[in-house]
Structure formats: structure tokens, C-alpha cells
Ligand binder design. Structure first.
Ligand code: MN
Length: 482
């Protein structure tokens, strides 16, 4: 995407750092709980509190989660990695440093393919993924003149995923975050909930004239929704273009996005930037993983969104669009597979993406708490296929299923919705309609065969929609045209 300026077109260049909180019961280097929403400072061990002489112990579960995520990002897994201290002072960082990885991260180069709205895909490079501790939280809204500190989050494991500067529009950036989110949720390595801060993005924005070298970038910190990511980039790129076209230059700095005003604001410039004085943490040995342990993780990896999408296209004959919709969420994909198995896969896809998703959206339900279970929707489709009910009646049955959670067979039975295929019954309806409309019968016989459709409609109406339309058509033809 190009930005139109007074001096011509500008290109936006974007690189992202995603912080994803590792799903684990305990923190990266302590046994304290990671549960969200607990009473402040109730989940803090001596290690997290930075007490003198306390030693960190690595949590194997967090390592496994990082390795899995690396595999999901199609990345190299480094069997040997090193934990470093990143030194800075902050009230919510009692250790005085964050344990992170600097020169030797656990995961190296990888890539993610993003789907764009025009149906194309684009490959985004991933530079690295490293493990690090999260900091605590300063609370500024609890007291009129004091700030409080909650250390529950202190020491929780984060995966920092750093992309190459490969994105060129707000749409690409949010598609990238969405894809990474999808991958970690599929893998169960992060819950992906941006609203709780479990997944947040730092966005590096610069602009340049097409073909020029990279411009000076600004980093927008901790953006926590897809919409804010797009808004922040749009605002920031425009701000930079305006400065450059006025003859100014961009100061490399860290900025914050204000969602209420839709603007970014300077937080600190490069001159004030920290010198973190990284050095290997003397309390921790280099982390060495056995190749066999890593391979075992690889063998147990679940099917990932891209592979699932390709399989849905191949196995079920779905369009790329439907396959993407159905695989964007693992639970939805599982639901669909259960419905489609042994049935008309396209019909199943229509019911799931249109009727079911439509209902769930409106009712504000997740697929996990859908009142209509996969087996029940499958049964409904079976009743269409075996001609017990028509497609139109099926919509009625589905509505009742949504309201009551009942089985379709029970509803069909109770409401007497079985399609009438009994020709005797249909003939009786046909005879009645024919007898009541002699003039129209004459018109059909006179060559106006299009009117047959009207007769079919009347018979369907007389049967309250339960007659099989094909049978009705045949019977009418035989009766009127002989
Ligand atoms: Mn970080």
C-alpha cells in the first residue's frame, strides 16, 4: 500500500515484535502460578520478588512450548541457547534485570505465510523467537496520590517473536498477527487473548520512497488489538510522511498508541534509550536440548492451520475461502470435520459457515458452547439427503434446534414436518388445485408451460411445504399435459 504525499508516493515498511505469553501452570524460573486475575501479589515466589540469593530454575514445560511454537513458525530450533540478563531499573521489575535471550535464542529463522483479502498469500520472514520473563504491573488508578505494584505477572514466560521488516500495509501487519495468533492457539502454546495482554505487538514503522533504503523507524509499543494495530500504523506512517515532506527528519524513538485519540505519542527517544548491558546470566547454565527430545515434540505436533486448510480443499473439495473460514479456529475445523464425515462436504460447509456461524455470531456464542452439536447438524443434513425433509423445512428445523438444543429427528416427528413423498397425498392436493383453476389449466395446455411453476407453488402451499417439489412437478405435468 502506498501513501500519497505532496511529493509523490511513499511506501510503508513494517516489522513486528510479538510478545506471546506461554501457556504453562508455573512461571519460567519459579513454581508460582500464572493464573490470570488473581488477587494482586498472591502469586509471587522469592525468585519473582528478586530476593537476594534466590536461584532461578528453568521450567521444562515452557521450553517445550517455545520449541513447539518455533516449529509452528517453520523455524530452526537451536539445540543450544543462552539466557542473558537485560539490565534496567523499573518499579515493577524487582530483580533489576529481565532474564531474556540475546545472542543465542532458542529459535532461529522461520517464516509465516499470511492470507490477504485479494486471495493471495505472502511469506513473512521470522528472524527469531526467544524466551524471556514478563515484568510486573504498576497500578496507577488505585489511589489518588500513589502507585501500586502487582508482581503476579513478574516472571511469567513470554515468547518474543521478531519478524523481518517484510510487511507493507496495515492489512498485512494485522494479517500477520492474526496468523501467529492462530498458530499459537492451534498449538496450545499461548491462549492468544489480546484483550488480556496474553498476546501484544510492538510495531516498527518507517516510510521511504519506493526503491530507497530503509527509512528511520519508530517503534510503537504494546498494541493490543488488531484494530489498534491498523490505526496506529496509519497514523504513524502519515505523521512520518508529513515530517519528511516538510523537510524534517524522523527521530528514532519509542512511541505509545493512544486508542482514545487515535494518535501515537513519543515515549522515549534513542538518546534516552537504555543500555541494557546484556551478559549471560551466571545463575543459569546454557540450555541444551537433546535432539531426540526435540524430534519427539515434532512428531506429536498437531496439524497446523495451513496444512488443515490445504487438506480441506483437497479432501472435501472446498473453495479456498471456505477452507480458510473453517480452519481459522481449531474448534470450528473439528466441528466441521465431524459434520462432513461421510456426508456431502459442500452442503456441510454451507450449513456450518452460513447457518451455524450466522446463528453463533448473532447469539454471541463460541463454537464450543453451540447449542447445536456437530452430530445433530449432521443428522439434519442426513434428513435432507434422504429426502425426509426439504432444504426449506430444514431451515425451520435448524431454528428450533438453535432454540431448544433438540435432535432434528425429534423436532421433525413432533411438528409433523416429514416431507410428503406419498404420491396419493400429493395427487389429492394437485387435483384440488387443478379443479379450482380451470382457466389456468387451459393456459398451460395452450402452451404456456411456464405456469406449471405456479401450480407447483400452489400444491406446495397446500401441503404446507411438506410435499417433495420434484414429485409435485412430475404429477402436475402428467395430470395437466397428459
Ligand atoms: Mn521483549
Amino acid at each position: 500500500m502506498m501513501i500519497q504525499g505532496a511529493t509523490g508516493e511513499w511506501e510503508i515498511v513494517l516489522g513486528l515484535e510479538i510478545h506471546a505469553q506461554v501457556t504453562s501452570n508455573a512461571k519460567l524460573f519459579s513454581g508460582a502460578s500464572t493464573e490470570f486475575g488473581a488477587v494482586p501479589n498472591s502469586q509471587v515466589s522469592f525468585v519473582d520478588g528478586g530476593m537476594p540469593g534466590m536461584l532461578p530454575t528453568i521450567n521444562e514445560r515452557c521450553i517445550e512450548q517455545a520449541v513447539k511454537t518455533g516449529m509452528g513458525l517453520n523455524a530452526e530450533i537451536n539445540l543450544c541457547s543462552v539466557f542473558d540478563r537485560k539490565n534496567y531499573f523499573y518499579p515493577d521489575l524487582p530483580q533489576g534485570y529481565q532474564i531474556s535471550q540475546f545472542k543465542q535464542p532458542i529459535v532461529g529463522r522461520g517464516h509465516v505465510d499470511i492470507d490477504l483479502s485479494d486471495g493471495t498469500t505472502k511469506r513473512i520472514g521470522v528472524e527469531r523467537l526467544h524466551l524471556e520473563q514478563d515484568a510486573g504491573k504498576s497500578l496507577h488508578d488505585q489511589h489518588p496520590s500513589m502507585s501500586y505494584v502487582d508482581l503476579n505477572r513478574c516472571g511469567v514466560a513470554l515468547m518474543e517473536i521478531v519478524s523481518d521488516p517484510d510487511m507493507r500495509s496495515p492489512e498485512e501487519a494485522s494479517a500477520y498477527v492474526e496468523k501467529v495468533q492462530q498458530i499459537v492457539v492451534y498449538l496450545g502454546t499461548c491462549n492468544g487473548v489480546m484483550a488480556e495482554g496474553s498476546l501484544r505487538a510492538d510495531v516498527n514503522v518507517s516510510v521511504r520512497k519506493p526503491g530507497d533504503d530503509l527509512g528511520t523507524r519508530c517503534e510503537i509499543k504494546n498494541v493490543n488489538s488488531m484494530r489498534f494495530i491498523r490505526q496506529a500504523i496509519e497514523y504513524e506512517a502519515r505523521r512520518q510522511v508529513d515530517i519528511l515532506e516538510d523537510g524534517g527528519s524522523i527521530t528514532q524513538e519509542t512511541r505509545l498508541f493512544d486508542p482514545n485519540k487515535g494518535v501515537t505519542r513519543s515515549m522515549r527517544s534513542k538518546e534516552e534509550a537504555h543500555d541494557y548491558r546484556y551478559f549471560p546470566d551466571p545463575d543459569l547454565l546454557p540450555l541444551e536440548m537433546e535432539a531426540e527430545w526435540v524430534e519427539q515434540i515434532r512428531r506429536n505436533l498437531p496439524e497446523l492451520p495451513d496444512a488443515k486448510k490445504a487438506r480441506f480443499i483437497e479432501e472435501f473439495g472446498l473453495s479456498a475461502y471456505d477452507a480458510k473460514t473453517l480452519t481459522s479456529d481449531r474448534a470450528a475445523a473439528d466441528y466441521y470435520e465431524a459434520v462432513a464425515k461421510g456426508r456431502d462436504a459442500k452442503l456441510a460447509s454451507n450449513w456450518v459457515t452460513t447457518d451455524l456461524f450466522g446463528f453463533l455470531n448473532k447469539a454471541g456464542h463460541d463454537i464450543g458452547d453451540s447449542p447445536v452439536k456437530a452430530g445433530q447438524l449432521g443428522q439434519l443434513i442426513d434428513r435432507i439427503s434422504d429426502k425426509t425433509i426439504s432444504g426449506r423445512i430444514a431451515k425451520e428445523v435448524f431454528e428450533i434446534m438453535c432454540e431448544t438444543g433438540q435432535d432434528p429427528d425429534a423436532i421433525i416427528e413432533e411438528k409433523g414436518l416429514k416431507q410428503v413423498t406419498d404420491t396419493g397425498a400429493i395427487e389429492a392436493f394437485a387435483d384440488q388445485v387443478i379443479a379450482e383453476n380451470p382457466d389456468k389449466v387451459a393456459e398451460v395446455q395452450g402452451g404456456k408451460e411456464k405456469l406449471l411453476g405456479w401450480f407447483t407453488g400452489q400444491v406446495m402451499k397446500a401441503s404446507k411445504g411438506k410435499a417433495n417439489p420434484q414429485a409435485v412437478n412430475e404429477i402436475l405435468k402428467a395430470k395437466i399435459l397428459g
